[in-house]
Design a protein around this ligand. Structure first.
Ligand SMILES: [Zn+2]
Length: 263
Protein backbone atom coordinates (compact mmCIF):
# COMPACT_ATOMS: atom_id res chain seq x y z
CA UNK A 1 0.00 0.00 0.00
CA UNK A 2 1.25 3.46 -0.88
CA UNK A 3 0.12 6.43 1.23
CA UNK A 4 1.01 10.08 1.11
CA UNK A 5 1.36 12.32 4.18
CA UNK A 6 2.60 15.85 3.58
CA UNK A 7 5.73 15.54 1.39
CA UNK A 8 6.64 11.90 2.07
CA UNK A 9 5.51 8.74 0.37
CA UNK A 10 5.04 5.78 2.73
CA UNK A 11 5.15 2.12 1.80
CA UNK A 12 3.56 -0.76 3.69
CA UNK A 13 2.74 -4.30 2.60
CA UNK A 14 -1.00 -4.23 3.45
CA UNK A 15 -3.23 -5.71 0.79
CA UNK A 16 -6.94 -5.65 1.74
CA UNK A 17 -7.96 -8.67 -0.38
CA UNK A 18 -5.04 -10.97 0.48
CA UNK A 19 -6.06 -14.21 2.25
CA UNK A 20 -2.67 -14.68 4.02
CA UNK A 21 -2.52 -18.23 2.72
CA UNK A 22 1.01 -19.47 1.99
CA UNK A 23 2.63 -22.92 2.00
CA UNK A 24 1.35 -24.51 5.23
CA UNK A 25 3.81 -25.92 7.72
CA UNK A 26 1.85 -29.20 7.56
CA UNK A 27 2.20 -29.51 3.77
CA UNK A 28 4.23 -32.35 2.34
CA UNK A 29 7.17 -30.35 1.04
CA UNK A 30 10.83 -29.81 1.89
CA UNK A 31 11.92 -27.81 4.92
CA UNK A 32 13.80 -25.39 2.69
CA UNK A 33 10.66 -24.38 0.79
CA UNK A 34 8.77 -23.97 4.06
CA UNK A 35 11.56 -21.81 5.47
CA UNK A 36 11.60 -19.72 2.32
CA UNK A 37 8.06 -18.51 3.12
CA UNK A 38 9.28 -16.85 6.33
CA UNK A 39 12.48 -15.68 4.71
CA UNK A 40 10.87 -14.09 1.65
CA UNK A 41 8.16 -12.31 3.65
CA UNK A 42 10.78 -10.92 6.04
CA UNK A 43 13.07 -9.87 3.23
CA UNK A 44 10.19 -8.18 1.41
CA UNK A 45 9.36 -6.19 4.55
CA UNK A 46 12.98 -5.02 4.94
CA UNK A 47 13.31 -4.18 1.25
CA UNK A 48 10.05 -2.36 0.64
CA UNK A 49 8.57 -0.94 3.86
CA UNK A 50 9.17 2.58 5.04
CA UNK A 51 11.18 2.55 8.31
CA UNK A 52 8.26 3.82 10.41
CA UNK A 53 6.09 0.85 9.32
CA UNK A 54 8.75 -1.85 9.56
CA UNK A 55 8.02 -3.00 13.13
CA UNK A 56 4.31 -3.43 12.54
CA UNK A 57 4.99 -5.19 9.23
CA UNK A 58 7.33 -7.67 10.95
CA UNK A 59 4.57 -8.34 13.51
CA UNK A 60 2.23 -9.02 10.58
CA UNK A 61 4.75 -11.42 9.00
CA UNK A 62 5.00 -13.30 12.31
CA UNK A 63 1.20 -13.41 12.60
CA UNK A 64 0.80 -14.70 9.01
CA UNK A 65 3.39 -17.45 9.58
CA UNK A 66 1.62 -18.50 12.80
CA UNK A 67 -1.69 -18.64 10.88
CA UNK A 68 -0.02 -20.99 8.38
CA UNK A 69 1.00 -23.31 11.22
CA UNK A 70 4.71 -22.49 11.60
CA UNK A 71 6.22 -23.11 15.06
CA UNK A 72 6.98 -19.79 16.85
CA UNK A 73 10.61 -20.77 17.51
CA UNK A 74 11.33 -21.42 13.85
CA UNK A 75 9.70 -18.12 12.85
CA UNK A 76 11.88 -16.23 15.35
CA UNK A 77 15.14 -17.88 14.30
CA UNK A 78 14.60 -17.47 10.55
CA UNK A 79 13.43 -13.87 10.93
CA UNK A 80 16.55 -13.16 13.00
CA UNK A 81 18.95 -14.64 10.47
CA UNK A 82 17.20 -12.90 7.56
CA UNK A 83 17.52 -9.58 9.35
CA UNK A 84 21.29 -9.57 8.99
CA UNK A 85 22.12 -7.55 5.91
CA UNK A 86 24.78 -8.84 3.51
CA UNK A 87 28.27 -7.28 3.69
CA UNK A 88 28.53 -4.07 1.60
CA UNK A 89 30.68 -5.64 -1.12
CA UNK A 90 27.98 -8.24 -1.75
CA UNK A 91 25.11 -5.74 -1.79
CA UNK A 92 23.48 -5.49 -5.22
CA UNK A 93 21.98 -2.32 -6.82
CA UNK A 94 24.83 -0.01 -5.91
CA UNK A 95 26.18 3.35 -7.03
CA UNK A 96 29.93 3.30 -6.40
CA UNK A 97 32.91 5.62 -6.59
CA UNK A 98 36.47 4.69 -7.58
CA UNK A 99 39.32 7.15 -7.05
CA UNK A 100 42.76 7.60 -8.54
CA UNK A 101 45.72 7.55 -6.13
CA UNK A 102 47.84 9.89 -8.25
CA UNK A 103 45.37 12.63 -9.19
CA UNK A 104 41.96 13.90 -8.12
CA UNK A 105 40.03 11.96 -10.77
CA UNK A 106 37.10 9.84 -9.66
CA UNK A 107 34.69 7.52 -11.42
CA UNK A 108 31.00 7.05 -10.51
CA UNK A 109 29.24 3.94 -11.78
CA UNK A 110 26.34 1.62 -11.14
CA UNK A 111 25.92 -2.13 -10.88
CA UNK A 112 22.88 -4.32 -10.26
CA UNK A 113 25.12 -7.25 -9.21
CA UNK A 114 27.21 -7.60 -6.04
CA UNK A 115 29.76 -4.79 -6.12
CA UNK A 116 32.74 -7.13 -5.80
CA UNK A 117 31.85 -8.74 -9.16
CA UNK A 118 31.91 -5.40 -10.97
CA UNK A 119 35.19 -4.44 -9.27
CA UNK A 120 36.76 -7.67 -10.47
CA UNK A 121 35.77 -6.77 -14.04
CA UNK A 122 37.37 -3.31 -13.76
CA UNK A 123 40.46 -4.87 -12.25
CA UNK A 124 40.60 -7.60 -14.92
CA UNK A 125 40.43 -4.98 -17.71
CA UNK A 126 43.38 -3.25 -16.07
CA UNK A 127 45.39 -6.44 -15.54
CA UNK A 128 44.83 -7.77 -19.06
CA UNK A 129 45.26 -4.33 -20.64
CA UNK A 130 41.99 -4.51 -22.59
CA UNK A 131 40.03 -1.53 -21.24
CA UNK A 132 39.31 -0.38 -24.79
CA UNK A 133 37.42 -2.71 -27.13
CA UNK A 134 38.59 -1.89 -30.66
CA UNK A 135 35.94 -3.94 -32.45
CA UNK A 136 33.07 -2.18 -30.62
CA UNK A 137 34.94 1.16 -30.35
CA UNK A 138 33.95 1.22 -26.69
CA UNK A 139 35.71 1.80 -23.37
CA UNK A 140 34.86 -1.24 -21.21
CA UNK A 141 36.30 0.22 -18.01
CA UNK A 142 36.91 3.95 -17.69
CA UNK A 143 39.03 3.45 -14.56
CA UNK A 144 41.27 0.84 -16.19
CA UNK A 145 41.49 3.08 -19.27
CA UNK A 146 42.53 6.07 -17.10
CA UNK A 147 45.20 4.00 -15.39
CA UNK A 148 46.53 2.44 -18.59
CA UNK A 149 46.69 5.72 -20.52
CA UNK A 150 48.15 7.91 -17.74
CA UNK A 151 50.13 5.35 -15.72
CA UNK A 152 48.27 6.40 -12.55
CA UNK A 153 47.41 3.87 -9.83
CA UNK A 154 43.76 3.17 -9.04
CA UNK A 155 42.71 2.88 -5.39
CA UNK A 156 41.37 -0.69 -5.72
CA UNK A 157 41.40 -1.08 -1.93
CA UNK A 158 39.51 2.14 -1.29
CA UNK A 159 36.29 1.81 -3.26
CA UNK A 160 33.32 3.70 -1.85
CA UNK A 161 29.62 2.97 -2.03
CA UNK A 162 27.70 6.19 -2.69
CA UNK A 163 24.30 4.59 -2.28
CA UNK A 164 22.69 1.16 -2.05
CA UNK A 165 19.27 1.08 -3.68
CA UNK A 166 16.29 -1.18 -3.03
CA UNK A 167 15.91 -2.20 -6.66
CA UNK A 168 17.40 -1.99 -10.13
CA UNK A 169 14.70 0.49 -11.20
CA UNK A 170 16.40 3.46 -9.46
CA UNK A 171 19.94 2.80 -10.71
CA UNK A 172 19.93 4.85 -13.94
CA UNK A 173 18.42 7.95 -12.35
CA UNK A 174 20.69 7.85 -9.29
CA UNK A 175 23.77 7.30 -11.45
CA UNK A 176 22.76 10.24 -13.61
CA UNK A 177 22.39 12.42 -10.50
CA UNK A 178 25.83 11.33 -9.30
CA UNK A 179 27.48 12.09 -12.66
CA UNK A 180 25.55 15.33 -13.27
CA UNK A 181 26.15 16.87 -9.83
CA UNK A 182 29.43 15.33 -8.61
CA UNK A 183 31.05 15.64 -12.05
CA UNK A 184 33.54 12.76 -11.77
CA UNK A 185 36.30 13.39 -14.32
CA UNK A 186 36.90 9.75 -15.36
CA UNK A 187 33.32 9.37 -16.61
CA UNK A 188 32.90 9.91 -20.32
CA UNK A 189 30.99 13.05 -21.23
CA UNK A 190 30.16 12.03 -24.82
CA UNK A 191 27.87 9.11 -23.93
CA UNK A 192 24.12 9.75 -24.04
CA UNK A 193 22.40 10.22 -20.64
CA UNK A 194 20.32 7.22 -19.58
CA UNK A 195 17.37 9.31 -18.34
CA UNK A 196 15.34 12.12 -19.84
CA UNK A 197 16.33 15.73 -19.09
CA UNK A 198 12.88 16.13 -17.51
CA UNK A 199 14.43 14.67 -14.36
CA UNK A 200 17.14 17.36 -14.17
CA UNK A 201 15.36 19.60 -11.59
CA UNK A 202 15.38 16.82 -8.96
CA UNK A 203 18.91 15.58 -9.63
CA UNK A 204 20.50 17.86 -6.93
CA UNK A 205 18.04 16.46 -4.37
CA UNK A 206 19.00 12.88 -5.27
CA UNK A 207 22.71 13.74 -5.31
CA UNK A 208 22.39 15.20 -1.79
CA UNK A 209 21.52 11.68 -0.51
CA UNK A 210 24.77 10.18 -1.86
CA UNK A 211 27.29 9.57 0.90
CA UNK A 212 30.63 7.85 0.27
CA UNK A 213 30.95 4.88 2.65
CA UNK A 214 33.77 2.30 2.52
CA UNK A 215 32.80 -0.80 0.55
CA UNK A 216 35.04 -3.12 2.56
CA UNK A 217 36.66 -4.42 -0.61
CA UNK A 218 40.37 -5.02 -0.13
CA UNK A 219 43.13 -7.12 -1.64
CA UNK A 220 42.01 -10.19 0.26
CA UNK A 221 38.69 -10.10 -1.58
CA UNK A 222 40.57 -10.20 -4.88
CA UNK A 223 42.57 -13.23 -3.69
CA UNK A 224 39.61 -15.50 -4.30
CA UNK A 225 39.78 -14.58 -7.95
CA UNK A 226 43.53 -15.07 -8.16
CA UNK A 227 43.42 -18.39 -6.33
CA UNK A 228 40.49 -19.55 -8.41
CA UNK A 229 42.50 -18.59 -11.48
CA UNK A 230 45.41 -20.72 -10.28
CA UNK A 231 43.51 -23.70 -8.94
CA UNK A 232 40.16 -23.83 -10.69
CA UNK A 233 36.67 -22.92 -9.65
CA UNK A 234 35.92 -22.76 -5.89
CA UNK A 235 39.54 -23.54 -5.16
CA UNK A 236 40.20 -20.04 -3.82
CA UNK A 237 37.25 -20.10 -1.47
CA UNK A 238 38.01 -23.61 -0.16
CA UNK A 239 41.67 -22.80 0.20
CA UNK A 240 41.06 -19.78 2.43
CA UNK A 241 38.31 -21.59 4.36
CA UNK A 242 40.47 -24.65 5.11
CA UNK A 243 43.66 -22.77 5.82
CA UNK A 244 43.91 -21.05 9.24
CA UNK A 245 46.46 -18.65 7.77
CA UNK A 246 44.27 -18.19 4.74
CA UNK A 247 44.67 -14.45 4.27
CA UNK A 248 48.43 -14.51 4.82
CA UNK A 249 49.02 -17.52 2.58
CA UNK A 250 46.80 -15.95 -0.05
CA UNK A 251 48.85 -12.74 0.06
CA UNK A 252 52.05 -14.76 -0.54
CA UNK A 253 50.37 -16.53 -3.45
CA UNK A 254 49.27 -13.20 -4.86
CA UNK A 255 52.77 -11.71 -4.71
CA UNK A 256 54.26 -14.87 -6.29
CA UNK A 257 51.65 -14.68 -8.95
CA UNK A 258 52.31 -10.99 -9.68
CA UNK A 259 56.07 -11.63 -9.84
CA UNK A 260 55.52 -14.52 -12.21
CA UNK A 261 53.40 -12.37 -14.51
CA UNK A 262 55.93 -9.55 -14.39
CA UNK A 263 58.81 -11.95 -15.22
ZN1 LIG B 1 44.77 9.70 -12.18
Amino acid sequence: MLSRHTEDLNFTMEHPTHTNLYTKYSSCTTNSSKNSVIRSLTRRAYNLCSPQHLDSELQTVRHICLLNGFPPQRITSIMEETKTTPPPDLTPHTIYEISCLDCTSTYNGQTYRPLIHRMKEHERCHRLNNAYDKTLDKVKSATAHHSLTTGHRIAWNDINILKSLPSRAYLDLTEQAAIHIRNPSMNRTDSAPKCSSLWNPILPKIAATLKPTPSGIDEEKYFFRVLSYLGGQNFGQNFVKCNPLGGFAASLTLSNWSNRRAA
